[in-house]
Design a protein around this ligand. Structure first.
Ligand SMILES: [Zn+2]
Length: 216
């Protein structure tokens, strides 16, 4: 199945859905936006934070509320390293399987978990699990102040049929200036992530890129 999901989001899709954030292309800034979904998870998120620190990189973490509740100490480490936090629902809900009320309540529950541990959370960024979204849910999320962040590059780090080498090649050949790249700080992705992430950070740092967090 996963081979059918493109690594690089086709330009036509970005044009059809211009209201979602897909990338931050600017001519003069050599920046890449790494994002990490599905954490916080002990060891995995901590590994990511260490790697980011080594390269003086900032990133954006789309956290699952349930994981924040289970691992508040790990969540606090993301905060103290001054990365951006985004909402990824409380229980990683699929937009197409849930009605709007259930879905929005799940987003709000996640926000409550974030707010319990942050003094102020002014970055209202939301990434829908599985990239699933509908027009009605999109409008509702906009109404309550969210920016919907999708991606330009999917690392497919979770796909265990991909070797770390293939996963790395996917990211390196497709990532461009302004790309938003998706990784996962999850147990499933760790096998690939622990090899690919340091390589990606080092490759693009050598080429003069800076890794920045998403801010709105
Ligand atoms: Zn996810």
């Amino acid at each position: 199945m996963s081979v059918l999901i493109p690594t690089k989001t086709p330009g036509i899709i970005k044009k059809i859905y211009p209201n979602y954030i897909w990338d931050f292309y600017t001519e003069d800034e050599k920046k890449i936006y790494l994002t990490f979904d599905d954490g916080p998870i002990p060891e995995v998120t901590e590994f990511v934070l260490e790697q980011l620190q080594r390269f003086n990189a900032k990133a954006t973490f789309f956290c699952i509320g349930d994981n924040i509740q289970k691992h508040p100490e790990v969540f606090k480490k993301i905060l103290s390293d001054e990365h951006t936090i985004g909402n990824h629902t409380m229980h990683h809900l699929k937009a197409w399987d849930n009605d709007i009320k259930t879905y929005i309540e799940n987003v709000t529950s996640c926000e409550k978990e974030i707010l319990k541990l942050t003094k102020s959370h002014n970055q209202k960024l939301f990434r829908p699990p599985y990239g699933q979204i509908s027009i009605s849910k999109f409008s509702e999320l906009k109404k309550i102040g969210y920016q919907i962040v999708l991606w330009d590059i999917l690392s497919k780090d979770w796909d265990n049929t991909l070797s770390p080498k293939e996963c790395l090649k996917n990211v390196i050949t497709n990532t461009k200036q302004g790309s938003i790249v998706v990784f996962h700080d999850s147990i499933k992705a760790y096998k690939n992530l622990k090899i690919v992430l340091p390589e990606v950070l080092s490759y693009f740092t050598e080429k003069g890129y800076v890794f920045d967090k998403i801010e709105y």
